[in-house]
Design a binder for this molecule. Structure first.
Ligand SMILES: [Zn+2]
Length: 147
């Protein structure tokens, strides 16, 4: 953790305390260079993934929503529900790995597209057509060429 006073990346933990009913840890640190002290918080990150929608509104990442979108795309396709669950899991993991706590619906859509493409081209095209909101056939053709 970078020292807020001198910017050095090396500090010693003087004290660790579990706070907020066990959901966070507060650490008192001392910078190894300037010897100033500061406090850091460590918190469990489970539901703090925010999704920024096209209209700019924020909402919590919702697995079910992602699933519904994929379900529509894989209808009558030879894709098992397990495979679909796995896509959702992977997408969620990818989003949580990002350094930001905010992702856009676009990023989620792109992640789903990448995975669907590997499994089933028809499902991929269906998802793309909904998600990319094609305004015309030329857009669609463009996306196919690009993909
Ligand atoms: Zn320092």
């Amino acid at each position: 953790m970078r020292c807020p006073f001198c910017g050095k990346f090396d500090s010693e933990v003087l004290e660790s305390r579990v706070v907020e009913g066990g959901e966070a840890i507060r650490r008192r640190r001392e910078c190894s260079r300037c010897k100033k002290r500061f406090t850091t918080f460590e918190k469990v990150r489970t539901s703090v993934l925010w999704v920024i929608k096209k209209d700019g509104k924020r909402e919590f990442f919702d697995r079910e929503k992602v699933k519904r979108g994929i379900l529509r795309a894989i209808e009558k396709r030879p894709i098992s529900l397990e495979a679909m669950e796995e896509i959702v899991n992977e997408v969620e993991r990818e989003m949580l790995r990002k350094s930001s706590e905010e992702v856009s619906t676009k990023e989620i859509g792109q992640a789903v597209l990448t995975k669907l493409k590997k499994i089933d081209k028809v499902a991929w095209l269906r998802f793309a057509s909904v998600y990319l909101e094609f305004t015309g056939l030329s857009d669609f053709a463009k996306a196919i060429r690009k993909g």
